[in-house]
Design a protein around this ligand. Structure first.
Ligand SMILES: [Zn+2]
Length: 285
């Protein structure tokens, strides 16, 4: 029985890192509960990593208390390779993604501080002299909300508040760290097994969450109008923009939240994180 557990853990890792994300990305209903859905995405990602990292510790009892420990040394070596390779990929990916994002943000923040001016009424906001309505935020230390003069000119006060509330929600909830976590996990997966759809789905959920903060500040109608107004805006790569996914998010605003979807997503999240831990416990009993 014990000798099967490392294999099961490796299989769970493949399921959680590859198959589950592909299936989840197709479940449009998850978008109705963005907070719970993001927890589910995090749980699946953490569960997949845990399952891979625990493969070696789960193989250890085979050698320590097995009847024929020498026969199992091969198993332990293979399991150790799996866990070690995953750990190494995560560390490398974490370093590369982190360095890249921080450098791009620092450069962009410097640029914004040179060419944009302070908004008179809003401490964190910087205004770019550009007619195209654009809004995004630069997260991290000395975070900035950047809007263009086009936004100030085109949007009435309640819609402008919605735009700023959306960006501030990103900064306050540290959505950048959440997205960085997913980017690190994504790049740690070997290229043929990566799911771009999973990553764009997570980005959409983060936008939907920030939209809800905007609705709380300015109401549904003003938020929807503001979304349409800045739909054409393009944010720089390392920033969090408010535009591009506008049509889907407009529909989500109209649909509103869904309690049952949220409950299912939380249950699923709990299972995805617990399964690898339970398997390890079984291996050691
Ligand atoms: Zn946004």
């Amino acid at each position: 029985m014990g000798s099967v557990i490392p294999l099961v853990l490796a299989a769970v890792a493949v399921v959680l890192a590859w198959i589950a994300p592909a299936l989840m990305a197709r479940q449009r209903r998850l978008r109705r509960a963005p907070r719970a859905a993001l927890v589910a995405w995090q749980a699946v990602t953490v569960g997949g990593i845990l399952a891979a990292l625990l493969t070696a510790p789960a193989a250890l009892p085979l050698v320590l208390d097995g009847d024929e420990p020498l026969e199992h040394v091969g198993w332990l070596a293979v399991a150790g390779l799996v866990s070690g390779a995953v750990l190494l990929r995560l560390l490398v990916s974490g370093h590369l993604v982190g360095t890249r994002l921080r450098a791009a943000r620092a450069d962009h923040r410097d640029l914004v501080d040179i060419i944009a001016h302070h908004d008179r009424e809003r401490e964190q906001v910087r205004v770019l002299q550009h007619p195209t309505p654009t809004a995004y935020c630069i997260p991290g230390r000395n975070a900035r909300v950047v809007i263009s003069q086009g936004v100030l000119d085109a949007l009435p006060p309640d819609e402008l508040d919605a735009v700023v509330a959306h960006e501030q929600a990103h900064l306050e909830a540290r959505h950048d760290l959440l997205l960085e976590f997913f980017a690190v996990a994504h790049e740690a997966v070997p290229r043929p097994f990566r799911s771009e759809r999973a990553l764009s789905e997570v980005r959409l959920l983060v936008e939907a969450l920030a939209d809800r903060a905007a609705v709380r500040r300015s109401g549904e109608v003003a938020t929807a109008r503001a979304l349409v107004a800045i739909a054409r805006s393009r944010a720089p790569e390392a920033a969090l923009g408010a535009g591009s996914t506008a049509p889907v998010r407009l529909k989500l605003l109209a649909d509103g939240p869904h309690r049952a979807v949220s409950a299912v997503a939380y249950g699923y999240a709990a299972m995805a994180t617990l399964v690898p831990l339970v398997l390890l416990a079984v291996a050691w009993t």
